[in-house]
Structure formats: structure tokens, C-alpha cells
Design a protein around this ligand. Structure first.
Ligand SMILES: NC(=O)c1ccc[n+]([C@@H]2O[C@H](COP(=O)([O-])OP(=O)(O)OC[C@H]3O[C@@H](n4cnc5c(N)ncnc54)[C@H](O)[C@@H]3O)[C@@H](O)[C@H]2O)c1
Ligand SMILES: C[N+](C)(C)CC=O
Length: 490
């Protein structure tokens, strides 16, 4: 592996101060693929100090935006150049198929290109001032030092949504990737160094959430914390961030409904219901794990899904014909198993799956069979809780209003889908569904131009699109009196 297995602090590649290391495990066979430094709060403090110094006294924040855009463009180009190496690293870390990882790398390069395109077009605006003899303008400035914390399921994709807008707007940052999937983020910090990001501007600390993540969230020298991960962690971060009233951007979990009407294109709905859940073994925040199906097609749809699921090719992400890889870890596999046990206890019917595969070749990996539960109701934990595994729950409805009410009956509000050939009905449902993204006759599509984020407990703020850049800027009103005169009031 041609990769510096170090942290990157103030332009230097360094080990953890404590000397501790962590083995990175391939979830397909539990082999150690790399050993990386295990930083802690001492490393985080040093990185925050470097980012603070670079922001307060360096040139990055005041560089012409076009120069920062050019550096962000170079990062995009380097990601395209090293696409195959990055995709393979991502699959080694996560177990997802290399084909999926290649798609991720294309999306990631697209994110850096998008922010390079728009980063120098955020120049503010003149206001028609109601005050005579004045000039009133609104400008956008970088927030300052940003702490960025990412999860293991889309390690580099989620990192790119934070790195590109933060850099292009002139912030400095400290990133902490998930401790179990740091390799592509490490590689990207090499690419950022090659692209000319100055020392101290972008820092990488590896280690756990309880140490490095908590330091980033609570430090009074960090101005913004951008976090992608689970709700429980998001709540802890929110509390820690109150230390200095940090700006907060939270991209949290989802339990996403996919509403299928009887008048939908049946084959399309089946195909998208599968795509919506089983990519990356269901470990997707926006996975459409809650199928809400019109009663008249329920049995046919479930039968079609079950037949297709039985044909899935499960295996190594590095085999060309693999459709679904393993779960991320032994701990996560156990969580998914407990969730299925709970579904059975609650009275749901297991239509397919519900266990680990018996294939002898898969016994060293963290595999779980694609699983479908029927006879589900909204009061069940398996319908309400995010399992983050290859599991679908199916609920029935008879009326449009009932379908929308079921879809909204959740603490989450990340994403959802509607399948129907009646576009007026689809639009009515989309308008009433309380989610940050609603897909019509589509599922799980995202691109850099459109904002992404959650309603309700699925998060605060938006990444991607123009809003994604606003997260990383403060807005300032500057008023100039061009003919100042004393008020003579006092
Ligand atoms: N909304 C989105 O766009 C989106 C995208 C991807 C994943 N997710 C969500 O992420 C979750 C899965 O990821 P995960 O298991 O890595 O989540 P997680 O919350 O366990 O961990 C995410 C990150 O937070 C860190 N962390 C843990 N405890 C912390 C603490 N006390 N303080 C600061 N940082 C801490 C972890 O080390 C990791 O880097 C799912 O809920 C999924 O829905 C959401
Ligand atoms: C946001 N997304 C869909 C790329 C990954 C969610 O886990």
C-alpha cells in the first residue's frame, strides 16, 4: 500500500503523541489491511492550535477566492487521476463493492469540481439602503476553524461534502474520520498537500469519537462543528458544542419510507425498492428500509422482492459479480441480528433472510442475508429504529392520506420515495412528506447541485448545493455613511 499511514498536523505527517496504533480490518475476511496512529485529545489539541494559527494569522482566509477554487479544482483532478486506487482502498476499508466505490469516487470528484466552480462566485451583494448617503453591502466570510467528523459507511464521500466547501470559502479545519475506515481520507490529505493546501489549513487526526471527536466538539478554539453520523452521537456533540456556541451542522440517521402505489410501474418499483435498500448492505442513511405498499399489490410485490433477493450474489467486493458485500464489523453484525430478533418478538413475519449466510466462503466476513419482514406496523421498533443493515419492513395502506401519515410517523425525516404513475398524486405526497429529500419514481439519488439534509431528528443544516457553502460562511452587513454628520442628540 503506497500510503503514508500517519496523521497530518500543521503540514507534517506524524504518529500519535501517545505512540498508540489501531489495526484497520477488512470486513470481508478480518485481515489487517493497515495499521494507523491512534490519536487522542492531545493530538486533537495540537491540530486545533495549528488550524487556529493558520486561520488567525495565515493567508488562506484572505486569499482571492479564485485561488482557493484553483486548489480545490486540483484536488478534484487528483481524485480523478487516482480513482482506481481510492476506490480499492474504500472497498478494503468498508467491504462495499469496488464498482460502488468507483461510483463514489466519481461523485466525490464531482463535489470538489462543483465547489471549485461556485467558490469564487459568492461575492456578496449591495443592498438598496433606506438611509440617505450610505452604502450598504452584505459579504460572506469564512466561519473560522472547523471540526469535521465523518462516519464509516461512505467515508470519503461524506468527507468531501465537508472538505470542499470549507476549503473554498477560506476556513481552516481539523478532520476526524471514523476510526475504522480512515484510509481514503488519509490518501485525500496527501492529495490536498500535493494540490498546495498550505500547512495548518487542513489537519487530519485519527482516533476515537470519545477522545478526538469530543475534543473537536468541545474546544473553544473551534468555531463550527460539522458532523455526519448517528443521532445519539449527534446529541452528545450538540451538548459539547454549547461550550462556545459553535455553529452546528448535523447530518444524522434516517428510517426512510418508500411509498408504492398500485398504479406504479411494477417492475420499476421492485427494482428501485431493492436498489433503495441493499446497496452497501443497507448501510446507507437514506436507505428506503420502510416499504409502505398499497394493499392491492402487496402480496405480488413482496413475492417479487423475495424472489429477487434469493438470487443476490453476496461476497467479496473485489469480485466483479458480487452485488452485496459484508457489514462493517462484528459489533454491527450483532446489532443487526438483535434487531431481527426484536422484529420476530414483535410479531412481524420473516419473509426471507433473517440469518447469516451458510456459504463456507463467507464465514470469516461480517455477512448477513438480505431480509424482508412483512405484517409490520408503525408501532414496532423494527419500523421505527434505524437498523443500518440489509433489512426491509413492509407496511400496507389503502388510502393516499394513510400512506403519507405512515411515512411521516417517525422521529426521522431524512429522505423518502413515492412510486406512482399519477404525477399529481406524487406531487401531493411529496409536498406533505416531512423529509429533506423526496424522490418520485426514483430512489437514493444525490448530486452536488442539490442540498442534502434532514427534517426532524435527522439533522440540522444542509450539505451540498449552495446551502452547503453557506454552512461554512458567516454573513456580515457593512454599512458606510459617506456623508457622516453628528446626531447632536446627547
Ligand atoms: N445524514 C447523512 O447524510 C448521513 C450520511 C452517512 C451516515 N449517516 C448516519 O451515520 C450513522 C452511521 O455511522 P457511524 O456508526 O459511524 O456513526 P457514529 O455516530 O457512531 O460515528 C460517527 C463519527 O462520530 C464519531 N464519534 C463517536 N462518538 C463521538 C463523540 N462523543 N463525540 C464526537 N464524535 C464522536 C465516530 O468516531 C465517527 O467518526 C447512521 O446513523 C447513518 O444514518 C448519516
Ligand atoms: C448521503 N449518502 C446517501 C451518500 C450516504 C448516506 O449514508
Amino acid at each position: 500500500m503506497n500510503l503514508k499511514l500517519k496523521q497530518y498536523i500543521n503540514g507534517q505527517w506524524v504518529d500519535a503523541k501517545s505512540g498508540q496504533t489501531r489495526d484497520i480490518i477488512n470486513p470481508y475476511n478480518q485481515e489487517v489491511v493497515a495499521t494507523v496512529p491512534e490519536g487522542d485529545d492531545a493530538d486533537a489539541k495540537e491540530a486545533i492550535a495549528a488550524a487556529r494559527e493558520a486561520f488567525d494569522h495565515g493567508e488562506w482566509a484572505t486569499l482571492p477566492a479564485i485561488e482557493r477554487s484553483q486548489i480545490v479544482r486540483k484536488i478534484a483532478n487528483f481524485i480523478e487521476r487516482d480513482r482506481e486506487e481510492l476506490a480499492r482502498l474504500e472497498s478494503l476499508d468498508t467491504g462495499k463493492t469496488v464498482e460502488e466505490s468507483r461510483g463514489d469516487m466519481d461523485d466525490i470528484a464531482g463535489v470538489f469540481h462543483y465547489y471549485a466552480d461556485i467558490g469564487d462566485k459568492n461575492g456578496g451583494e449591495m443592498i438598496e439602503s433606506p438611509m440617505p448617503n450610505s452604502i450598504s453591502k452584505v459579504v460572506h466570510e469564512p466561519v473560522g476553524v472547523c471540526g469535521q467528523i465523518t462516519p464509516w459507511n461512505y467515508p470519503l464521500l461524506q468527507a468531501s461534502w465537508k472538505l470542499a466547501p470549507a476549503l473554498v470559502t477560506g476556513n481552516t479545519l481539523v478532520m476526524k474520520p471514523s476510526e475504522i475506515t480512515p484510509l481514503t481520507t488519509l490518501k485525500t490529505f496527501e492529495l490536498m498537500e500535493e494540490a498546495g493546501v498550505p500547512a495548518g489549513v487542513a489537519n487530519l487526526v485519527l482516533g476515537s469519537g470519545a477522545t478526538v471527536g469530543n475534543e473537536l466538539s468541545s474546544s473553544v478554539d473551534v468555531d463550527l462543528i460539522s458532523f455526519t453520523g448517528g443521532i445519539a452521537t449527534g446529541k452528545k456533540i450538540m451538548q459539547a458544542a454549547s461550550s462556545n456556541m459553535k455553529n452546528l451542522a448535523l447530518e444524522l440517521g434516517g428510517k426512510n419510507p418508500n411509498v408504492i402505489f398500485a398504479d406504479a410501474d411494477f417492475e420499476l418499483a421492485v427494482d428501485q425498492a431493492l436498489n433503495g435498500v441493499f446497496f452497501h448492505a443497507g448501510q446507507i442513511c437514506s436507505a428506503g428500509t420502510r416499504l409502505i405498499v398499497e394493499e392491492s399489490i402487496h402480496d405480488d410485490l413482496v413475492n417479487a422482492l423475495v424472489e429477487r433477493v434469493k438470487q443476490f450474489k453476496i461476497g467479496s467486493g473485489f469480485d466483479d459479480d458480487t452485488q452485496m458485500g459484508p457489514l462493517i464489523s462484528a459489533e454491527h453484525l450483532e446489532k443487526v441480528e438483535k434487531y431481527v430478533e426484536r422484529g420476530i418478538e414483535e410479531g412481524a413475519t420473516l419473509a426471507v433472510g433473517g440469518k447469516r449466510p451458510e456459504d463456507p466462503e463467507l464465514q470469516d466476513g461480517f455477512f448477513y442475508l438480505p431480509t424482508i419482514f412483512t405484517d409490520c406496523t408503525t408501532d414496532m421498533d423494527i419500523v421505527q429504529d434505524e437498523a443500518f443493515g440489509p433489512i426491509i419492513t413492509v407496511e400496507k395502506f389503502t388510502r393516499e392520506e394513510e400512506a403519507v401519515n405512515l411515512a411521516n410517523d417517525s422521529i426521522y425525516g431524512l429522505a423518502g420515495g413515492v412510486f406512482t404513475n399519477d404525477i399529481a398524486k406524487a406531487e401531493r405526497c411529496a409536498a406533505k412528506m416531512r423529509m429533506g429529500t423526496v424522490w418520485i419514481n426514483e430512489f437514493n439519488v444525490y448530486f452536488p447541485h442539490a442540498p442534502w439534509g434532514g427534517y426532524k431528528q435527522s439533522g440540522i443544516g444542509r450539505e451540498l448545493g449552495k446551502l452547503g457553502i453557506e454552512e461554512y460562511t458567516e454573513t456580515k452587513h457593512i454599512l458606510q455613511n459617506v456623508k457622516p454628520e453628528p446626531l447632536n442628540w446627547f
